[in-house]
Design a protein around this ligand. Structure first.
Ligand code: HEC
Ligand code: HEC
Length: 240
């Protein structure tokens, strides 16, 4: 079963990620082999993911979702486009991803995504609310990203890693999972195109530090340098 394999590898991976930050040769080998396994299994996950979600059996109603999302607008914007660099846009997200994240926020400290503001917001939502809200945001037009002239050179460095990865540390190409234009693949691989630069950087830092955990993103973000995070964030925030 791919699921069992995933759990086994998740345990191994998290062990190798939660250590001291002083990498020894052995740690590096463990990290690399975990990254390889994760990359190989990503395809299997894609095939099984549509079978493993409770939301799939609920009938999602985007109109009902619109009403239920009224309390979200103060931070995520009336049309799902936030006006603070700290808050993600939700408009045009791939169907299913927002639901996955809301379920994780709802678990609080037990979840893969521990955020006090969002844990509070998600606490009152039922599975049906979550499915409706997810359906609503996925129908809205996504934010149009842009790169300022001062950021162009930085973004070009980011483009290289985005499209080709960084072989020295076995970082895979981001576009392999997020798509060449950052549009994502439903339901697990989020649209990242046009997200605020600061938000993208903060999430990559969180995956790197282990404060947000994900079987695929944790080992990918871990070896990224500050400069690579900066460059990738500049590039991705400019994608449409
Ligand atoms: C007070 C501001 C605030 C409000 C109100 C708010 N959020 Fe959030 N939301 C945030 C912040 C901050 C984050 C980023 C959390 C992090 O860094 O992990 C976030 C992240 C998210 C994410 C993750 C998006 C991604 O790209 O991974 C989803 C989904 C989300 N919020 C949905 C909602 C919904 C649905 C509501 C209303 C029920 C809501 N939020 C209300 C501040 C808010
Ligand atoms: C093997 C597939 C895979 C690859 C390759 C990959 N990602 Fe991801 N990425 C994911 C998944 C899955 C998530 C959702 C994680 C979750 O559910 O918390 C994600 C989430 C993210 C997020 C958070 C988005 C949000 O809305 O909060 C960012 C930013 C991101 N990835 C950037 C990158 C960058 C930059 C690269 C290349 C260095 C990359 N990813 C490569 C699978 C991948």
């Amino acid at each position: 079963m791919p699921g069992d394999l995933f759990q086994l590898n998740a345990a191994l991976l998290m062990r190798s990620l939660r250590w001291n930050h002083d990498l020894t040769g052995l740690d590096i080998m463990q990290l690399f082999s975990a990254t390889r396994i994760v990359a190989t299994l990503a395809g299997a996950l894609l095939l099984t993911s549509s079978l493993s979600h409770a939301e799939d059996v609920l009938t999602a109603d985007p109109e009902a979702g619109k009403a239920k999302a009224a309390s979200c607008a103060s931070c995520h914007g009336a049309e799902g486009i936030s006006n603070s660099p700290q808050w993600p846009h939700l408009a045009g997200q791939v169907p299913g991803y927002i639901a996955i994240q809301l379920h994780e926020f709802k678990k609080g400290a037990e979840g893969e995504r521990n955020n006090a503001i969002m844990a509070g917001m998600a606490a009152a939502l039922s599975d049906q609310d979550i499915a409706d809200i997810d359906a609503y945001y996925s129908t809205l037009p996504a934010n149009k990203g842009f790169v300022t002239p001062e950021q162009e050179e930085t973004a070009l460095a980011g483009k290289k890693v985005y499209r080709s990865g960084f072989a020295d540390f076995e970082v895979p190409a981001c576009m392999g999972c997020h798509g060449p234009a950052g549009a994502g693949i439903a339901p697990k691989f989020p649209r990242i195109a046009g997200l605020p630069k600061e938000y993208i950087a903060a999430q990559l830092q969180a995956f790197k530090a282990g404060t947000r955990s994900n079987l695929m993103m944790s080992p990918i973000a871990y070896p990224l340098t500050e400069q690579q995070i900066e460059a990738l964030s500049a590039y991705i925030s400019g994608l449409n």
